[in-house]
Design a protein around this ligand. Sequence first.
Ligand SMILES: N[C@@H](CCC[C@H](N)C(=O)O)C(=O)O
Length: 313
Amino acid sequence: MTVSAQSAPDVLHSLVGLPFAKGHGTGNDFVLVADPAGDRHLAEAEAAALCDRHQGIGADGLIRAIRCRELPEGAAILAEEPAAEWFMDYRNADGSLSEMCGNGVRVFVAFLLDQGLVELAPGEVLPIGTRAGVKRVERREGGFAVDMGPWAFIDPQQAEAVASDATVEAVGLDVARPALSVTMGNPHTVVALAEPAELEALGLYSAPVVEPVPPHGTNVEFVVPAEPLVSGGVGSISMRVHERGVGETQSCGTGACAAAVAIRYWAGVGAPNRWEVAVPGGTVGVAFIPGSDGREHVELSGPAVIVAHGLLG
Ligand SMILES: N[C@@H](CCC[C@H](N)C(=O)O)C(=O)O
């Protein structure tokens, strides 16, 4: 039997006394740590140990709240938006870095409020630094709405990002299905399925196989359009997701945005600009809005909940 050099309990031992909170957005759950001055760097192995569901606290990701001026990535953020005081330092459950987390950024702002680190009245907007640039988060009734910025297709075969077909194989699917890869700052590959039974039959305990896989890997969203697709000007879809660096999660905010992008593209002319995306952990809203840069932006809205506070040890 081989024993890894540092098990989760070993790694956690070095973090005894660390204050943390636990939160979620539609069941996509996070461990949150406040590190305003940037003196508690959390490395890959520490993030993985904290997120371990059996030997750690357990979460889909780790979020560290640090001031933009305290980390190298913050310089570009402050150049883009000097009012962006806070940076969402996000790691997946396996410890890997991700550029962006749509549910995470709402929970991040709920955490800043919970810790008394910011004030934000309903209707006010807070700019947040992320590895995918500045995201503007507005406090709304029942949660937050985030301007996620522009979307784009990913085509690993071409310099120009244009729509191109990928295929995805997964446990529960009889044959490889056509798919579309989309970036929301982080990579996604969206597969449309015909009916709810296909969505339920998926075995997402094992990673889907994407061909061609985007250069930095991908999150994979399986989507079923509602019947009818559009009601009252709003499109509805159901989604399950297998996240890069995590596995199946109850929800993925950037994934919901990518799913709405792909389904609207496939639906063609006349498809709506407002969507509801039902995930195992709840429902999020996606809207296509004009951005201040003249480009089309994607807005993600949904709840954010802080459920617990604790001290490691
Ligand atoms: N759940 C998140 C996405 C988290 C990052 C993702 N696993 C990746 O590696 O890109 C969301 O709500 O967007």
